[in-house]
Structures are given as structure tokens and as C-alpha cells.
Design a protein around this ligand. Structure first.
Ligand SMILES: Nc1ncnc2c1ncn2[C@@H]1O[C@H](COP(=O)(O)OP(=O)(O)OP(=O)(O)O)[C@@H](O)[C@H]1O
Ligand SMILES: [Mg+2]
Length: 219
């Protein structure tokens, strides 16, 4: 991907490569994401989309290349710092297994807030605010096994958006429910502008200016 944005990137991947054994998942990928910008990473199954998002968000370390958040390298941080960044600056909607099955939906959303220092009461109050705007009213106390697939993904979106207080968010999902809810980087769907269609956006408010059109990845 070639950076085309004129705004300084919030999140920047430079020459990212990653292999799993003999499988080369990423081969010198460049990507730049500006503030308020929505980017769709598209490509065939197995082409490295998730690996790219994982490297950008510090879930995995690239074998080579750099990841910069607000202009600072984050790919070389020590594990506690990486862990804090993941908790505070990135929101994730994974493809599979994203909710803790034994906890009610509202607690799933509240967990990262509590890890960030909120009291349980405060975190649950905050978490509940995300349910109605995502069409989940009345599902707050349901366990993941009592939710439909789309509802479960939207709970994960609520968790991702509630926890990721910073401007850099990554959301990866094939499910239309996730794409409709406006994750910052949707995978597997048609290119779309962020913030359009879908259910009303939950707080925090959307960016003041419309984001530029999404870019196509080369893989
Ligand atoms: N932990 C791993 N161990 C070994 N191989 C892996 C691992 N993770 C990913 N791969 C391989 O790396 C390649 C890229 O995988 P990745 O999950 O990034 O693809 P993707 O584009 O997200 O695919 P999909 O659209 O199916 O989700 C695939 O060939 C996959 O089999
Ligand atoms: Mg994937």
C-alpha cells in the first residue's frame, strides 16, 4: 500500500514483513492511516490482512519493518508497554472467539475499562451506553451464547470502541454487522467510507470532517 494521505499519519507501517515458517504473510508492506480516516484492507483469504492488522496493533511483532503511532516507533516496545498500548489505543473486533463466554455482555464491554482503572460500577455504566446505539438494547445481561452471531460481534464492537479511547483503532471482521458499525479498518467487505450507513454511532462522536476514500492494499 502506498501512503496517499496529505495529513500526517496517526498510524504508519513501513516495510512490514512477517513469515510463519515458510509462509510469507507480509512482504514489505507500507501503509499510512491519517486521523479520522477509514481504511479497508482487502485481499483473498490467507493473503495477510489479519497479520497486517496484528502487526500494526502490536499483537504480533513484524520480522522487519517499523510501526509508528503518532510518529513514534511502537514495534520495539517491551511487552508491558505493548500491552498497555493495545488496551488504550487500539480497539479490536476479532474474527473469532472474541467474547468471554461466562460473562454477561455488559461485563465483556466493561473489562477493558476496569483494566484502565475505572471502578466496576463506573465501567458498567459506561459500557451500557454502547448497547442501544448498536441495536443491542436489552442484551446487556445476556451471555455470549445467548446472542446471535451479529449481536455478539456488535458487543465486541462496543468493547473495541469503548476501550480504544485514542484515535488509532483497528477493527477486523468479515461480518457485515461489524462493517456496518463503522470499525476503522474493515476486512473482507466492499470499500466504504467510514461513518456512513449502519446503526447510529455511539460516543465518542465521529470525526468532524468526512474521511477520504479508502485505499486498496496490494496484497
Ligand atoms: N500463527 C500462524 N502460524 C502459521 N501460519 C500462520 C499463522 N497466522 C497466519 N498464518 C498464515 O499466514 C498467512 C496469512 O494469514 P492471515 O490470517 O493474515 O490471512 P487473512 O488475509 O487475514 O485471511 P482471511 O481472509 O482468511 O482471514 C496464511 O497463509 C496463514 O495460513
Ligand atoms: Mg483474517
Amino acid at each position: 500500500m502506498n501512503p496517499t494521505s496529505s495529513t500526517p499519519p496517526v498510524l504508519n507501517g513501513i516495510g512490514l514483513s512477517k513469515s510463519f515458517g515458510s509462509t510469507r504473510a507480509l512482504d514489505a508492506v507500507d501503509i499510512a492511516v491519517g486521523a479520522g480516516e477509514s481504511v479497508a484492507v482487502m485481499g483473498p483469504s490467507g493473503s495477510g490482512k489479519s497479520t497486517l492488522l496484528h502487526c500494526l496493533a502490536n499483537i504480533e511483532r513484524p520480522d522487519s519493518g517499523q510501526v509508528l503511532l503518532d510518529g513514534e516507533r511502537i514495534d520495539q516496545l517491551r511487552e508491558p508497554d505493548r500491552s498497555e498500548l493495545r488496551r488504550t489505543r487500539f480497539g479490536f473486533v476479532f474474527q473469532f472467539g472474541q467474547l468471554l463466554p461466562e460473562l454477561p455482555a455488559v461485563e465483556n464491554v466493561a473489562i477493558p475499562l476496569m483494566l484502565g482503572g475505572m471502578t466496576r460500577r463506573e465501567a458498567e455504566r459506561n459500557a451500557r451506553q454502547w448497547f442501544a446505539p448498536l441495536g443491542l438494547e436489552g442484551k446487556e445481561d445476556s451471555r455470549p451464547g445467548q446472542l446471535s452471531g451479529g449481536q455478539a460481534q456488535r458487543v465486541a464492537i462496543a468493547r473495541a470502541r469503548g476501550a480504544g479511547a485514542g484515535p488509532a483503532r483497528a477493527a477486523a471482521s468479515r461480518d457485515p454487522a461489524a462493517r456496518h458499525a463503522g470499525g476503522a479498518a474493515g476486512v473482507g467487505g466492499a470499500p466504504r467510507r467510514g461513518g456512513g450507513g449502519g446503526p447510529p454511532r455511539a460516543p465518542p462522536p465521529p470525526p468532524a470532517r468526512p474521511p477520504p476514500p479508502p485505499r486498496r492494499g496490494r496484497r
